[in-house]
Design a protein around this ligand. Structure first.
Ligand SMILES: Cc1cc2nc3c(=O)[nH]c(=O)nc-3n(C[C@H](O)[C@H](O)[C@H](O)COP(=O)(O)OP(=O)(O)OC[C@H]3O[C@@H](n4cnc5c(N)ncnc54)[C@H](O)[C@@H]3O)c2cc1C
Length: 483
């Protein structure tokens, strides 16, 4: 009887640096990779917002299609099913008489619940579950901390700890070939976006920083493009706070979030670049940012369900507001504060927003408008093409004063806008109604007199909204609260 392993694929849509696949190929005669389109991923969040946008669903589907092609090139195929993994995997395991079901562990509470349900459902089969870790740069077993409770609350302490006391493991090469699927295993068709309940086709506005095509092939190409062909790593630290264009930052996040590429692959490429071209603060900074990603992942591990509560990881007692009209204005990019509105419109029309933008719109929602920060996080979840449970909810909590790090973070939005979008090019890109407004007023159109509004073709209340709050007052309130 040949030995058989199922490999359950989730946010690890790649063939390279994939330990469960490698382990299955090395130890078993037959390998059956399975991807389940889980209906829960296409449902709604706690605030009745969709869990996934058509843009992300398109990216996911492209990633699954690309993975299937890679398996076919290796001689195998990907089994694709629609339904709950805890129902599908035992069924497939029985059908092929699997000995093992190998998988990467995940960190979100819902993902862990599904994992647990799969584990329990496999009890009624002959297959044993096998778990691996592959999400982060530093392997969970190599952390210099005693379990989740010992993860530092402050990033710098976490970073110094891992940099001094841990090492980054090498990437794992893909199998050179894979056995064909067992004869009785039908690979199954890839669902269309329509099948998954989307009316839109997931295409994005032409002003998008990148078209963001899903899959390992395009993810690896983006690493090559950004680091080698465009040669951007040498200046990354100086450009990473940009707002316009493909190359101010790496844009690796959608491929990382879906596991089309791994952080260790990026790290090895950075090392090669440092050996062959230049090693400077910028080249180090890419690793520094990937450690932020690790930090939020392990903080989510530490926080568990607390990460999704109103008081966040700290359990802070904050009197959040619930105001549908204010939330709608924030979400639709009609607050009357151009820097916030431009960023929200970019998110809505492309699924992406720069890190600088994300920090400012988060600050606007939770600190200026005092709305429950989880509304913002859930909205991002429903819109981002690079949505990652730990990075999203962790950053939101961190920017809303309920993260693990108690330091207050508030952004003076107008000051930030003037610093990072000096000539207003970014806001004008997303808010064409500001086209004729001179630089002097572009970040504060409400400062124009009625005559100036007419002269520059932007009448407040008609062409563009008046500001939803007085940001100066907000800023002073927060300064008082901080003191
Ligand atoms: C409110 C808020 C929500 C966010 N939600 C997400 C999310 O759902 N998914 C996501 O991947 N990132 C999220 N981020 C982090 C960050 O904004 C994005 O990772 C980054 O903008 C992606 O663009 P990039 O790949 O060009 O980044 P680069 O600047 O090129 O950074 C390289 C990589 O480092 C990692 N990274 C950089 N900054 C951070 C950070 N602050 N936290 C965690 N990882 C980081 C990312 O994996 C990124 O791809 C969020 C940040 C904020 C403030």
């Amino acid at each position: 009887m040949p030995s058989t392993a199922l490999v359950w694929i989730r946010h690890d849509l790649r063939t390279r640096d994939h330990e469960p696949l490698r382990s299955a190929a090395e130890r078993h005669d037959r390998v059956v990779p399975v991807y389940c389109f889980d209906p829960r991923h296409f449902g709604t969040t706690m605030f009745d917002l969709p869990k996934m946008s058509a843009v992300r669903a398109r990216f996911l589907r492209e990633s699954v299609a690309d993975l299937r092609q890679s398996y076919r090139d290796l001689g195998a195929d990907l089994v694709v099913r629609r339904g709950r993994p805890e129902e599908i995997l035992p069924e497939v395991a029985r059908q092929v008489a699997a000995d093992e079901v190998l998988m990467y562990q995940e960190i979100g509470t819902e993902e862990r619940e599904t994992e647990e349900a799969v584990k329990q459902a496999l009890d009624d089969t002959e297959a044993t579950p096998g778990f691996f870790w592959g999400k982060t740069l530093y392997h969970i077993q190599d952390l210099p901390f005693d379990g989740p409770d010992d993860i530092p609350n402050v990033y710098t302490n976490f970073r110094k700890g891992v940099e001094k006391q841990s090492r980054i493991r090498e990437t794992i090469s893909p199998p050179e070939s894979l056995p064909a699927l067992p004869d009785n295993m039908e690979p199954g068709a890839l669902p269309t976006l329509d099948d998954l309940g989307f009316e839109a086709d997931g295409s994005v506005d032409e002003r998008a920083v990148l078209p963001f095509e899903g899959g390992e092939t395009r993810g690896l190409d983006r690493i090559d493009e950004y680091i080698w062909r465009e040669d951007r790593l040498r200046t990354y630290k100086a450009t990473r706070n940009g707002l316009l264009g493909a190359n101010y930052s790496s844009k690796f996040s959608p491929w990382l979030a879906h596991g089309c590429i791994s952080p260790r692959q990026i790290y090895e490429e950075v090392q090669r670049y440092e050996d062959e071209r230049v090693s400077n603060k910028s080249t180090y900074w890419m690793t520094f940012e990937l450690i932020w990603r690790d930090f939020f992942t392990f903080v989510a591990w530490k926080g568990g369900a607390r990460l999704f509560r109103p008081g966040g990881l700290l359990g802070n007692d904050i009197d959040w507001r619930y105001d549908d009209a204010a939330f709608d204005r924030w979400a639709t990019g009609t607050t009357g504060i151009p820097f916030v509105d431009a960023n929200m419109r970019e998110l809505n029309q492309t699924g992406y927003m720069s890190n600088r933008g994300r920090q400012n719109v988060a600050s606007m929602l939770s600190q200026s408008l005092k709305l429950d920060w989880r509304l913002g996080a859930a909205y991002f979840e429903s819109r981002l093409v690079d949505y990652d449970v730990a990075s999203n909810w962790g950053n939101w909590a961190y920017n809303s004063r309920v993260g693990n790090d108690p330091r207050s973070r508030y952004f003076n939005i107008v000051k930030q806008a003037k610093r990072y979008d000096e000539n207003g090019d970014y806001v004008r890109t997303w808010l064409p109604e500001l086209e004729g407004v001179p630089d002097e007023f572009v970040h504060e159109p409400h400062r124009m007199s009625p005559e100036q509004q007419k002269l520059y073709g932007c009448v407040l209340g008609d062409d563009y909204p008046s500001p939803i709050v007085d940001l100066n007052e907000t800023y002073q309130r927060i300064q008082r609260e901080r003191a």
